[in-house]
Design a binder for this molecule. Structure first.
Ligand code: NDP
Length: 244
C-alpha cells in the first residue's frame, strides 16, 4: 500500500505565509494534519489570510529580533513545542549592481539572511529540548546560477545553502534535520514584477516551458518535513522545471 504523509500532532511555523509559496506551504501542512502558524508583517492581513485557510496567524517581522523572540516564545508556550520551521519570508530589490543603493543591499540581506538567523536562533533550542525537528529554508535557483540585477538577492539565496549545510551538521545528533528547497520561476506576486518580455525569454529557457506553481514547491517541502525524508539532511532540492 502507498505511504501517506500524516503530520497530526505536529506544530509548524511558516514565515511569510500570507501569499505565494508560503501560503501554499501552510495549506499543505494543514491538510496533512499539522497545527500551522503563518506570519507576515501586517497583523490584519496575516490574521485574515490565516482565517481563510484555517490556520493561526501572527504578525512577526523577521527583521525585528525582539518581535521574533516574543512570538516564537508565545507559540512554544501555548503548543509546548515547534516541530517544523519553514523559513520562507523573502524580498527582492532588483537593480543592476552599478545602480544598487545601500538600502537595496541592506534590506535584502536583513530580510532574507539575517531574518532566517533571527527565527532559527529562537526555534532550534525549542526543537533541541524535544530532540526532534525539521527546518526547511527557501533558497532560489539564482543562488546557484546568478542573475543580472539580483546581486543582493542571489547572495542571500546562496548563503542559505551554507547556513543549511552547517546547521544540519551541528544539530543532526539531536534529531533535527535542516534542508533547503530552491525554486525556479514560480507564479507569485514576486514574479509578477518581472516585465512581460523578460518573462517570455525566461520561459523559453526553462526545459519544461512553463512557470511553476506555488503548490509544486509546497509539495516538495511537505515531503522534506515528513518521515519519508527521515534520512535526508543538509541538502537542497531543486524545483525548477529543469532550469538548473
Ligand atoms: P511573495 O512576495 O509572494 O511573498 C513574500 C512573503 O514574505 C509574504 O508573505 C510577505 O509577507 C513575507 N515577508 C516579506 N518580508 C517579510 C518580513 N520582513 N517579515 C516577515 N514576512 C515577510 O513571495 P514568494 O511567495 O514568491 O516567495 C517566497 C519565498 O520563495 C521567498 O523567500 C522567495 O525568495 C523564494 N523564491 C521565490 C521564487 C519565485 O519565483 N516566486 C523563486 C525562488 C525563490 P507580507 O504579507 O508581510 O508582505
Amino acid at each position: 500500500m502507498a505511504k501517506s504523509i500524516d503530520l497530526s500532532g505536529k506544530v509548524a511555523l511558516v514565515t511569510g505565509g500570507t501569499r505565494g509559496i508560503g501560503r501554499a506551504i501552510a495549506e499543505v501542512l494543514k491538510e496533512a494534519g499539522a497545527t500551522v502558524y503563518i506570519t507576515g508583517t501586517n497583523e490584519e492581513k496575516t490574521k485574515q489570510v490565516a482565517e481563510e485557510i484555517g490556520v493561526n496567524g501572527v504578525k512577526m517581522n523577521v527583521c525585528d529580533r525582539e518581535e521574533v523572540k516574543k512570538v516564537v516564545a508565545e507559540i512554544a508556550k501555548k503548543e509546548r513545542k515547534i516541530d517544523i520551521l519553514i523559513n520562507n519570508a523573502g524580498i527582492t530589490r532588483d537593480t543592476l549592481f552599478m545602480r544598487m543603493k545601500d538600502e537595496d543591499w541592506d534590506a535584502v540581506i536583513e530580510t532574507n539572511l539575517t531574518g532566517i538567523y533571527n527565527v532559527t536562533r529562537q526555534v532550534v533550542p525549542i526543537m533541541m529540548k524535544k530532540r526532534t525537528g525539521s527546518i526547511v529554508n527557501i533558497s532560489s535557483v539564482v543562488g546557484f546560477t546568478g542573475n543580472p540585477g539580483q546581486v543582493n538577492y542571489s547572495s542571500t539565496k546562496a548563503a542559505l545553502v551554507g547556513f543549511t549545510k552547517s546547521l544540519a551538521k551541528e544539530v543532526a545528533s539531536r534529531g533535527i534535520r535542516v534542508n533547503a528547497v530552491a525554486p525556479g520561476y514560480i507564479t507569485t506576486d514576486m514574479t509578477q514584477k518581472i516585465p512581460e518580455k523578460v518573462k517570455e525569454a525566461l520561459i523559453k529557457s526553462i526545459p519544461m516551458r512553463r512557470e511553476g506553481e506555488p503548490s509544486e514547491v509546497a509539495d516538495t517541502v511537505l515531503f522534506l518535513v515528513s518521515d519519508m525524508a527521515s534520512y535526508i539532511t543538509g541538502t537542497t532540492i531543486h524545483v525548477n522545471g529543469g532550469l538548473f
